[in-house]
Ligand binder design. Structure first.
Ligand SMILES: C[S@@+](CC[C@H](N)C(=O)[O-])C[C@H]1O[C@@H](n2cnc3c(N)ncnc32)[C@H](O)[C@@H]1O
Length: 274
């Protein structure tokens, strides 16, 4: 039987921090972002590799369209959810384990004037407070690396989708299986990092009842992208460092090295619930 622990305490300590929204809004003001828009905040609130570009590309691959109801599982502080509403016309519900992320997501969404179409709830991806068949689309980026019970995660995503619904994700998967160096962006130690390989992941998706519509490996591309990225400046600039903390260069450096030498891979996929 698959393990059901959600490692909430350790994950909370890893992502811990305060006043994310207030610090991001202050940095946006200093950077001259006016008015406050989802794209304007994106340098600091898209908490996954490739930032807003990855969000837009996954939305295009999933063929998101206006009026769809989207669930963003593990939404963080809500950057991707706001982009899906502002640029793709979706109504978005975000769910995240971390109370401070959910609070900050609400504050930033209010600042963007999107609170009617983008809402957030605190909760666990493994037992979501939503009825069966509620959403057109379930979406997740860079969350599953914290989730040990991966079959349970995909079953729960399938449960909340309507028949014909779409499940879209962009995630870090295992590569060679050799151990990572820590910290990485999603974990400060191995106890909260759970990587499964592409074959295992596709088997879990099939067991959850999904039909695979698209599967793309982007490892080489993200290695090139990360290698070319200048380090985020220290201090209060409008960057993801406001969320990831001052050890962001170490975290992203360890991730890049692991991708470069094949210990991890990047995959993007779109599945359909029959
Ligand atoms: C690297 S961040 C990605 C945030 C967001 N998806 C994005 O791309 O901006 C991972 C997020 O997953 C959330 N998370 C981890 N385990 C979770 C769980 N079991 N249920 C809900 N959220 C979870 C964390 O709190 C964190 O916000």
């Amino acid at each position: 039987m698959a393990p059901m622990r959600d490692h909430r305490g350790s994950i909370g300590r890893h992502y811990g921090g305060k006043q994310f929204a207030e610090r991001i809004l202050a940095a946006a003001k200093d950077a001259g972002v006016d008015p406050i828009t989802p794209a304007g905040l994106a340098p600091a609130d898209e908490f996954h590799t490739g930032g807003i570009r990855s969000t837009r590309e996954l939305a295009a691959l999933a063929e998101l369209s206006a009026g769809q109801s989207v669930l963003d599982v593990g939404c963080g502080i809500g950057g991707p959810a706001r982009i899906l509403a502002a640029e793709f016309g979706c109504s978005v519900t975000g769910i995240d384990l971390m109370p401070e992320f959910v609070r900050s997501a609400c504050v930033l969404t209010e600042a963007c004037g999107l609170s009617e179409r983008v809402t957030f709830v605190e909760g666990n991806a493994l037992a979501m407070p939503f009825d069966d068949g509620r959403f057109d689309v379930a979406w997740t980026q860079h969350v599953v690396m914290n989730i040990e019970d991966r079959p349970g995660f995909y079953r729960e995503a399938a449960r909340v989708l309507k028949p014909g619904g779409i499940f879209a994700f962009f995630d870090v998967l295992a590569g060679s299986g050799d151990p990572l160096d820590y910290p990485v962006p999603w974990a400060d130690r191995p106890a909260i990092s759970f990587l499964y390989g592409p074959d295992e992941t596709r088997a879990f998706l099939a067991d959850a009842g999904f039909e695979l519509a698209a599967w793309e490996d982007h490892t080489e591309r993200y290695v090139n992208m990360l290698s070319a990225m200048p380090p985020a400046p220290a201090g209060a600039a409008l960057t993801l460092r406001l969320v990831m903390g001052d050890d962001m260069p170490r975290k992203t450096g360890n991730m890049l090295e692991a991708a470069r030498d094949g210990r991890l891979t990047y995959a993007r996929a779109v599945c359909r619930k029959p």
